[in-house]
Design a binder for this molecule. Sequence first.
Ligand code: AMP
Length: 430
Amino acid sequence: MPRFKTVRGMRDLLPSDAQKLRRLESLAREISELYSYEEVITPLVEHYALMDKSGTEIKTRMYTFEDLGGRRVVLRPEFTASIARLMATTLRNQPKPVRLFSTGTLYRYDEPQFGRYREFWQSNFEIIGSERPEADVEILSLTNQLMKEIGLRNYWLKIGHVGLLRGLLSTEGMSAAEQNTIMQLLDKKLVHEAIKQAESTVSTRGISALKQLLQAKGDSSSKFFKQVEKPLKGYKNSLNALNNLERIITLCKEGGIKFRMSIEPGFARGLEYYTGMIFEVLTPELEISLGGGGRYDRLIEHFGGEATPAVGVAHGLDRIALALDKQESHLKQNKKVVAVIPINAKVIPQAINLTQRLREEGIHVMMEIMGRRVSTAIQDASRRKIAYALILGPDELEKGKISLRDMKRREQKLVDYQTVHKTLTEELTN
Ligand code: AMP
């Protein structure tokens, strides 16, 4: 028999990784409730044409195939195209703003390496219908709160605005397609190649302004914004973009939303549909981003919907889990588990009965079902890091008692059988 392995780039998530991922997903869902986002579950398989139309460079890295009905389909490489499809069709007449949350797996044929998988998880938030900076602020704020609740340390948001570069390049007469090439080179950190490419169209003054934008990096101070403004004189669309970015940052500051940030006017993200503010979540432990997003005001109209502004973010849950591991920070375990161990076959009915009773009280229970000796069952419970064991013996039960063992302290005491759930609840909350 051949020994089967997972397909290259695909992973089995064993219990501790699966638990971490589900915990991150439930923290993201809590944030979605806190911020009034409603969940939608869109299909994993979409038409190839949908992703083709979203115009992202991801389409060269998609899992594409023909289904048995001869349709050309893909495994979704991102959520935003599916959300834009929904907004252009079924949710077209929904009162705006619409706030949507999604979570699940995505598929990209990336070269597998640390933090880069072919199947990975995201939590995704989108606000549709508001062009105002308050919407951008909300996306930054919920990302910040999620990272805090997760317990991530030392993270910062790298923030830019695609209108800065696009405003300059379009005023210099560059087509949208040429601009996309430059943005992709910049996203891949190929700065020299990007400048070289621009030199064929852009004036000397434009190239000097471009170089200054690419070098600028600063904080939220108005001094920094003034400094970026200087080379952009005469580039009206870039100046509008700079104003919009400054407004978003000022609203964050004045609204008391506190996070570390690095404003980078030369920052470009891979997805071509962005039209406004863009950002990424970074930590010192990883060189790749833990999340990213931005404003895309023209995507929904591009899919046949009405012109609808939108802004959103995707958080990479696998990479967040990796960063937490590197920071040696542990997500809080949901609940402690109790083992129920019958001493012999006679007391099995009572053990099942007790197990049921405890579960009805919301206590997590693992019953001994292997018929093992008590000492072996206790050893097994210890290996599984179980918090307490309840040991049922016929003699004690006759007197209405059972043994409660604190596994960590290795201490055992007799407690009342009828009220054991109360005793346990007290112990578990201490
Ligand atoms: P994007 O959808 O490209 O804007 O990416 C948003 C986030 O998804 C990134 O910041 C990563 O955290 C995560 N991500 C993107 N591609 C991958 C991948 N191949 N493997 C793991 N996480 C990824």
